[in-house]
Design a protein around this ligand. Structure first.
Ligand code: MLT
Length: 238
């Protein structure tokens, strides 16, 4: 199988999305939130780009059935129910609810892939399950890293390396683009010391300074969730 990795969502050619399986990765923290929320049995998640769009959409639901969620500058949005901290998405809070989620980079990256054949939501948390799903699909795969504010973010590259590593461990023959090769090599050297390689990076430190160390520790855990959320017709479900 072929896996092409892109460092940000910007400038990915349509042909790399259309008719391919796409995995969107935003480890810190949007896709880790989505994977956690699906694992804790929310009904579904609707990713939106703008805050106003999220608020307007929520008016179509019974107040009890919907949660407004997301962040700007890593902080909870005024008037929203949940921030972008995966640790808030516990089963008692979210079970059975529709979550309307808007984040700076992650939800935009998910929506930008709408033309793909199939869209999976990936993270370190569910890397092995994603690897199994893409291998089973038998399709060529594009991994799109959300990045941070249009820039490359090393946490997403490390997670892509973990997904590739899991695909290879599963016995598949993999052909990679150059960034895919970097992900594979980086992960094989630093995979056991993920915090070491990330500790000087921008987004890691932005979250650390904002008091989200527990979120970072959680988002960097590997293969603790065996579910793969899918984005279909504007909605993320299991
Ligand atoms: C995003 O989607 O931009 C991120 O998940 C930001 C964050 O860490 O809250």
């Amino acid at each position: 199988m072929r896996i092409d990795v892109y460092a940000t969502q910007c400038g990915v050619a349509d042909r790399e999305i259309k008719d391919r399986v796409v995995v969107v990765v935003d480890v810190l923290r949007a896709t880790s939130v989505v994977v956690t929320a699906i694992n804790n049995r929310c009904r579904d998640i609707i990713p939106v780009i703008e805050i106003e769009e999220a608020v307007n959409m929520s008016k179509n639901y019974d107040r009890e059935a919907v949660l407004l969620a997301g962040e700007r500058n890593a902080k909870k949005i005024d008037g929203f129910d949940l921030s972008n901290s995966p640790l808030e998405y516990t089963q008692d809070v979210i079970e059975g609810k529709t979550i309307i989620l808007t984040t700076t980079n992650g939800t935009r990256a998910i929506k930008n892939c709408s033309d793909a054949k199939d869209i999976f939501i990936g993270s370190m948390l569910n890397a092995r399950a994603v690897a199994e799903a893409i291998t089973k699909s038998g399709e060529d795969v594009t991994i799109i890293c959300a990045g941070t504010e249009g820039r490359f973010s090393l946490d997403d590259i490390v997670a892509s390396g973990l997904i590739i590593h899991e695909v290879i461990n599963g016995g598949a023959d993999v052909e990679l683009n150059d960034l895919g090769l970097v992900c594979r090599e980086l992960y094989s050297v630093y995979g056991d010391n993920v915090h070491d390689i990330l500790k000087d990076t921008y987004h890691y430190n932005q979250l650390l300074e904002a008091g989200f160390k527990e979120d970072i520790d959680y988002c960097l855990r590997k293969n603790i969730i065996d579910k793969v959320p899918r984005y279909i017709d504007g909605v993320i479900k299991l």
